[in-house]
Design a protein around this ligand. Structure first.
Ligand code: FAD
Length: 380
């Protein structure tokens, strides 16, 4: 009988799992261990409205203290898990040991730190993973500030958009041949390249950052083409947080390896959200999005209680940049053809990805109608 469930990580997936366990009637002890000293909160606004100062901090939280009290969910806001002992079934923290019958890992993703040799002696390097990061970055984003964004994925592009909106000067470098290289086809990348260029962002593709040097109060950044920039600050992207798994001897593959039910290589330990790596469409897959974190965590909660429900992601995602809303449905990997269609509203557009004749994904730009239709067609 399961009496104690411990959840490491008090974020989107951790909260979804705890909530689902109670909804499914689990009456034993639930303990969530967090490391941010905060109640669970939403991350998407950190690179959008919150970064722009248009959303108050209190509005980031998912639930207030009453919820945790009424649901009888123990939450230790500032008690990072330091070690997992899979033999005695305990999670070690600085305050002691939390024993579990079942353990859920929902540790999210971690910043990709710049190499120590590059970062040495430089203060203004920012990562945007949590609220504390956003709070550090906000005062830097001001009229006239010179900012270098490293990485042209969605978060990098959103930071570039927010920075331009407050009047900062932005250069964005992407080491891959183009922005959004891993996640979108060329027409979507072109749309955002044009959008950002029209807003004054200097986008440099196929060029990495190779060095940083303090230069008085500023920083000199050197790029792979040997050009240099004088900047005030650098912002960098994220990767999964699996340090704990390695210490516990669990299998990892960029994320915690889980089976179709969300179970790791230890049958009492499960994982969900950004940190979980699972086989989907015959490829190891890790998804960093809110809908996936909730869905997978809810599956894990039900499977712990015996449901045996295989997890099939229903991928969708969104991004906000300036006045453009991008909505993505499906996975575009393995597509052999991408078509572009204009939407009904002026300036709206949809990129549809096909494998043979089969639609597998769409990127909808200010085109909510096509998004809804495609979601239905894709069965999401
Ligand atoms: P998280 O929500 O990151 O929670 C993990 C928690 O575990 C964190 O609090 C972490 O500090 C904690 N933790 C880690 N290690 C330990 C430890 N050892 N002990 C205790 N706690 C630990 N998704 C979208 O769908 N749309 C968007 O527009 C979007 N925008 C985003 C913008 C930003 C700036 C960021 C950072 C993410 C964005 N995402 C977006 C992604 C989305 O927020 C994540 O996919 C989602 O939060 C994943 O949930 P999670 O629970 O797996 O991880």
């Amino acid at each position: 009988m399961i009496k104690r469930i411990v959840i490491v990580g008090a974020g989107q997936a951790g909260l979804a799992a705890a909530t689902k366990l109670r909804q499914e009637g689990f009456q034993g002890a639930i303990t969530m261990l967090g490391d941010e000293g905060a109640m669970p909160y939403q991350r998407p606004p950190l690179s959008k409205a919150y970064l722009l100062g248009k959303l108050e901090a209190e509005r980031l939280s998912f639930r207030n203290n009453d919820f945790f009290y009424l649901q009888n969910i123990g939450i230790c806001q500032n008690e990072p898990a330091l070690e997992i002992d899979g033999v005695t079934k305990g999670v070690v923290t600085a305050h002691g040991r939390h024993l579990y019958d079942q353990l859920i890992l929902a540790t999210g993703a971690d910043p990709i730190k710049l190499p120590a040799s590059m970062a040495e002696g430089i203060d203004n390097i920012f990562y945007l993973r949590n609220k504390a990061d956003a709070d550090r970055l906000r005062p830097i984003l001001r009229e006239g500030a010179q900012l270098l964004v490293v990485g042209g994925g969605y978060i990098g592009l959103e930071v570039a958009a927010a920075s331009r909106q407050v009047g900062a000067q932005v250069t964005l470098v992407e080491m891959a041949p183009r922005i959004l290289n891993r996640v979108a086809a060329e027409p979507t990348a072109s749309y955002f390249r044009r959008l950002h260029s029209s807003q004054g962002v200097d986008i440099r593709e196929g060029i990495g950052l190779t060095g940083l040097k303090p230069d008085g109060a500023a920083i000199t950044a050197t790029l792979a083409d040997e050009s240099t920039l004088t900047i005030d600050a650098v912002v960098v992207g994220v990767r999964p947080n699996v340090g704990l798994a390695e210490a516990a001897g669990l299998a990892t593959d960029g994320g915690f390896l889980v089976d179709e039910f969300g179970r790791t290589s230890d049958p009492s330990i499960w994982a969900a959200g950004d940190c979980a790596s699972f086989s989907y469409q015959s490829e190891m897959t890790r998804i960093e999005s809110v809908p996936h974190a909730i869905d997978q965590a809810e599956h894990v909660a039900r499977n712990i209680l015996g449901a045996e429900l295989p997890y099939r992601p229903r991928p969708w995602f969104w991004s906000h940049q300036y006045s453009t809303k991008l909505q993505i449905a499906g996975f575009n990997r393995g597509y052999d053809r991408a078509t572009v269609s204009q939407g009904i509203a002026e300036g709206s557009m949809t990129v549809s990805y096909f494998q043979g004749e089969r639609l597998i994904a769409v990127d909808c730009l200010n085109d909510a109608r096509s998004f809804m239709l495609a979601k239905r067609q894709l069965g999401l």
